[in-house]
Ligand binder design. Structure first.
Ligand code: DSN
Length: 492
């Protein structure tokens, strides 16, 4: 603890004889928080502490998760949660928003600086919210605006009822071309039951059935015949990098807006692992993201965009979103400060290096890795050669101390509930400090468990796993976690 800090000076006052040398501020902060919560709702404090124990006891390979810094976590637990601040900095629907303005403005500046975007909107509560704001902004700016002009109206409020009806007819159902879910796209990229599949008329591009890779010529052909308003790139489970320069060329050729969802790889963009043709911000009209995956921030979302969309995106709340969360924007600013430091680039590179080593080691063990490897933070393992569904493989590994998620793979015969694959990601284990040797050990544990898991006939969920294999795998995963402890400064 910094002997000059406010906390140290307070502790010297209340317990002058205490030796504070080995006491960390974060250990005290989290222990105190648990006590305060526990006095009101002990069962909740117990569950919160149990979650830390769980994350400490199981190796986290969920590609979309990470471990945020104590500073980021602590920035979320405070009275900013008590403040309404609908609107945007300097333009609020409530009084007393000066401090939220300071926080939001700082987060926006940091996001713009880090990603080099014209504009940033840091209010979305999640990636799905960020995508909704982007869709709404594109529709408002590119479809409704020109239609209003044709009707001679300045804005929607000035329209008479009959004009409203003709505007609705004119807006019609716009077209969106996005990546198919089983090719790696996200639910919000036009999955029929999702709101995006209802808001837009949808077409989907997929990957080459032989290589599992994106075929840009095919995307171009589809765009030329479908003429989308929105060309959407980005993924939840595609293990390769994407050339966004080509996507922008295609969008320009057909007059589409290029939107990129970089939720999964924002940290790799921030850390400049993805640059040039592979940097979405340099090429897209709008880029959406979450802040809690490779970027290592709080659970939340963001939109980055060109000047053209800045004003509409900023009206996301209250026209699309509920009130902004000041405490989460504070945590976003903390995380963006961390991601702006030079050492973040090294972290981002290690995530990718670890994923490549993990993929290679799994292939050497005999696993089938979709596309034969990875360029980013995630990889997909085909569970079928082990005779398993994704669901069976996921549950067996969780029993053995490894937390990851089942995932559809290209042209998946088992659908999105049972699936045929596993998605493995390295952001969290990289945050713990693991490197190449540990990735090889992880690959060996994963392969051994999968090889020893037997499906129960006629079931896509049930399996048997030899108890001694399970216990040995759990021990090996535990050894890794003992060597690379989670939040070593937090004494819970
Ligand atoms: N749930 C996120 C993921 O795991 O990829 C996307 O919504």
């Amino acid at each position: 603890m910094d002997p000059d800090s406010t906390l140290a000076s307070y502790l010297r006052t209340v317990c002058p004889d205490a030796d504070l040398g080995g006491v960390s501020a974060e250990a005290l902060a989290f222990a105190a928080a648990m006590d305060v919560v526990g006095e009101v709702a002990p069962e909740i404090a117990t569950a919160v502490a149990a979650e830390l124990a769980d994350q400490r006891a199981n190796l986290k390979l969920i590609a979309s998760e990470n471990f945020a810094s104590p500073a980021t976590l602590l920035a979320m637990g405070n009275w900013l949660s008590d403040k309404y601040a609908e609107g945007s900095p300097g333009h609020r629907f409530y009084a007393g928003c000066e401090n939220v303005d300071t926080i939001e403005t700082r987060a926006v500046e940091l996001a713009k600086g880090l990603f080099g975007s014209d504009h940033a909107y840091v209010q979305p509560h999640s990636g799905i919210d960020a995508n909704l704001v982007a869709f709404w902004s594109i529709l408002t700016r590119r479809v409704e605006g020109p239609a209003l002009e044709r009707l001679g109206a300045k804005d929607l409020q000035g329209l008479s009822d009959p004009d409203w009806e003709s505007l609705r007819r004119e807006l019609g159902n716009q077209r969106l071309l996005g990546m198919a879910l089983d090719a790696g796209g996200h639910l919000t990229h036009g999955f029929r039951p999702n709101v995006s599949g209802k808001l837009f008329e949808i077409a989907r591009y997929t990957v080459d059935p032989t290589t599992g890779l994106l075929d840009y010529d095919q995307v171009r052909k589809q765009a030329e015949s479908f003429r989308p308003l929105v060309l959407l790139a980005g993924y939840s489970s595609y293990p390769r990098k994407i050339n966004f320069r080509i996507f922008r060329e295609i969008a320009d050729e057909v007059g589409a807006v290029l939107m990129v969802d970089m939720a999964h790889f924002a940290g790799l963009v921030a850390g400049k692992v993805f640059s040039g043709d592979f940097d979405p911000v340099a090429h897209a009209h709008l880029v959406t993201t979450t802040t809690h995956k490779t970027l290592r921030g709080p659970r939340g979302g963001m939109v980055l965009c060109t000047e053209e969309f800045a004003a509409t995106v900023d009206r996301g709340c209250p026209l699309v979103l509920g009130g902004p969360l000041g405490h989460i924007m504070a945590a976003k600013a903390v995380a963006l400060t961390e991601a702006s430091r030079p050492e973040f680039a090294g972290y981002a590179q290690r995530i990718v290096d670890n994923a490549a080593t993990l993929a290679d080691a799994l292939i050497q063990q005999g696993a089938t890795v979709v596309t034969g490897g990875t360029d980013n933070h995630l990889l997909l393992v085909d569970a079928r050669p082990y005779g398993l569904t994704g669901r069976q493989a996921e549950t067996a590994l969780r029993e053995a101390g490894i937390t990851l998620n089942r995932n559809v793979i290209p042209f998946d015969p088992n659908g999105s509930w049972y699936t045929s694959g596993l998605r493995l990601g390295t952001p969290a284990v990289t945050t713990l400090g693991m490197g190449a040797d540990e990735m090889r050990e992880v690959a060996a544990i994963v392969h051994t468990v999968l090889e020893s898991t037997q499906p129960v006939p006629d079931s896509k969920a049930k399996y048997t796993l030899d108890g001694s294999v399970r216990d040995q795998a759990k021990r090996r995963a535990g050894d890794l976690l003992d060597r690379f402890p989670l939040y070593p400064g937090i004494a819970l």
